[in-house]
Design a protein around this ligand. Structure first.
Ligand code: NAD
Length: 502
């Protein structure tokens, strides 16, 4: 079977369903396990592909392949050649843009307009940026006097960690996976990737890209399966894995941290959020509405950086809520390939059940439902999809689970505030600390408030405006460490000091 057949991440209307294989040591394989699971489209519940589930032996084979690769041509490759190879990976992703696009849409149901602007271009960009970063990082150097007067010099070498286990979520599958694989490979590591069970296709397709550009075998491996007692746990507990990078839910991070404790292995975690937006009365309302519409509803609300708590200064509260409501009611669901579609389904029926449980809770807690709150009527086959209405509430106390817990759906609670001090207190009153957006035309206030928000990323008058050289990560329960630009090197390399007596 070819990799193209193996990926099968195609909308049902374009291809019939096939199998999704592991990619181990440069080859697509069903592995030794007998288990498979169904990858279903959230658009209409049709079968996208049958996915092979990795056994512990399959994961072991992938880790061994990665270890072997570290001792092969990959280790001897000059930095400039490694960098050029990663540029070739990016170029090949771009050349096969439509294949990646179709694969991502088949797995997630997200609109083409979104995937073609964000997911796939970032998949390529994530290789380019780190291919360049590693070529441009200076080393530190210290001269030191010695009693015999001859002196010594010290310099620091950056060496790869070894085999990196990469565990990914389903919301931005290619983007978030390459955000880790790009720097890991740029730094000279080998990787074993465990994509989300919901979105196995683009990670598999990337195996085909790796072979096309001549990536040495075993540098990039993919195993499929679930978390506990499956590929995820087998990988994180494998003693041959030197470091683990994970994006996903905070409580999964806790389980992975426990696994990583055995062998004292480093972790990099990008976890959940309950991100606030603070809208001051002196904002440019058009800017605030446009950005909040995206931060609440983009990707059907399934973005870790998304806004689920909106605090609006009282004089503009009613006008803001009215405009957000109009925006939400103007979103168009349906065929992801239709240019007008700007809202897809949730990732699965299981996730929709979770989001709907919050919709129900909001009702029982007495929320004022501004719009949405249920499941929309869809036509034809899409009746069986995981569709949901964009939803806005007001009127709940800050203690409500709607305001405190990550829902990860197209919804937000909007509450008024009266003073800057109150807005900062409300924004910080959460165990999470990933991102915050502030809308104001007062530059001094923008700086002042940004400095006091407890989170990893503050956006002023924008949202999801990303320069890949900047540090990315969360505070509090939202993560450990920062990735992006040179910050990724802190995790994907170790510093070795060399001291030479002259
Ligand atoms: P998840 O934690 O359920 O799953 C993520 C991955 O972990 C999957 O591949 C899953 O199979 C694997 N996994 C689950 N249990 C495991 C275990 N015990 N051991 C090893 N692997 C295990 O998350 P999800 O539902 O896929 O993604 C949504 C979550 O991800 C949200 O909480 C969201 O906020 C978060 N997220 C964070 C960021 C960020 O940058 N901070 C980005 C995207 C998503």
């Amino acid at each position: 079977m070819t990799a193209v057949e193996a990926v099968q991440g195609r909308p049902a209307r374009k291809r019939s369903a096939g199998e999704t294989m592991h990619f181990i040591d440069g080859a697509f394989t069903a592995g030794s396990g007998r288990k498979t699971f169904a990858n279903r489209s959230p658009l209409d519940n049709s079968l996208v592909s049958t996915v092979h589930e990795a056994s512990a032996d399959d994961v072991d084979a992938a880790v061994r392949a990665a270890r072997a690769a570290l001792a092969g041509p990959w280790d001897k490759m000059a930095l400039a050649d490694r960098s050029a190879l990663l540029h070739a990976v990016a170029d090949e992703i771009t050349r096969r843009f439509d294949d990646f696009l179709e694969a991502e849409i088949a797995d997630t149901g997200k609109p083409r307009s979104l995937a073609s602007h964000i997911d796939i271009p970032r998949g390529a960009a994530n290789f380019k940026i780190f291919a360049d970063v590693v070529k441009n990082v200076p080393s530190e150097f210290f001269e030191m006097a010695t009693p015999d007067g001859k002196g010594s010099i010290n310099y620091a070498l950056r060496v790869p960690r070894g085999v990196v286990g990469v565990i990914c979520p389903w919301n931005l599958p290619l983007l978030l996976m390459t955000w880790k694989v790009g720097p890991a490979l740029a730094c000279g590591n080998a990787v074993v990737v465990k994509p989300s069970e919901e979105t196995p296709s683009t990670a598999t397709l990337l195996g085909e890209v790796m072979n096309a550009v001549g990536m040495p075998k075993g540098v990039y491996n993919v195993v499929h399966g679930f978390g506990p007692d499956s590929a995820g746990e087998f990988l994180t507990r494998h003693p041959g894995v030197n470091a683990i990078t994970f994006t996903g839910e905070t409580r999964t991070g806790e389980a992975i941290m426990e696994a990583a404790a055995k062998g004292v292995r480093p972790v990099s975690f990008e976890l959940g959020g309950k991100n606030p937006a603070i809208v001051f009365a002196d904002c440019d309302m058009d800017v605030a509405i446009e950005a909040t519409m995206r931060s609440v509803f983009a990707n059907c609300g399934q973005v870790c950086l998304g806004t689920e708590r909106v605090y609006v200064e009282r004089p503009i509260f009613d006008a803001f809520v009215a405009r957000l409501k109009a925006g939400a009611e103007g979103l168009k669901r349906g065929d992801p390939y239709d240019k007008a579609t700007n809202m897809g389904p949730l990732i699965s029926h299981g996730h929709r059940d979770k989001v709907l449980s919050y919709y129900k809770k909001a009702k029982t807690e007495g929320a004022n439902l501004v719009t949405g709150g249920g499941v929309p009527r869809m036509e034809g086959a899409q009746e069986s999809g995981a569709w949901i209405e964009p939803t806005i509430w007001t009127g709940l106390p800050e203690t409500s689970p709607i305001v405190r817990e990550e829902i990860f759906g197209p919804c937000c609670h909007v509450a008024p505030f009266d003073t800057e001090e109150e807005a900062i207190r409300l924004a910080n009153d959460t165990p999470y600390g990933l991102a915050c957006s502030i809308y104001t035309q007062n530059l001094a206030r923008g700086h002042r408030v940004s400095a006091r928000i407890e989170c990893g990323i503050v956006w002023v008058n924008c949202w999801f405006l990303r320069d890949l050289r900047t540090p990315f990560g969360g505070s509090k329960h939202s993560g450990i460490g920062r990735e992006g630009g040179v910050h990724s090197l802190e995790f994907y390399t170790e510093l070795r000091n060399v001291c030479i007596k002259l």
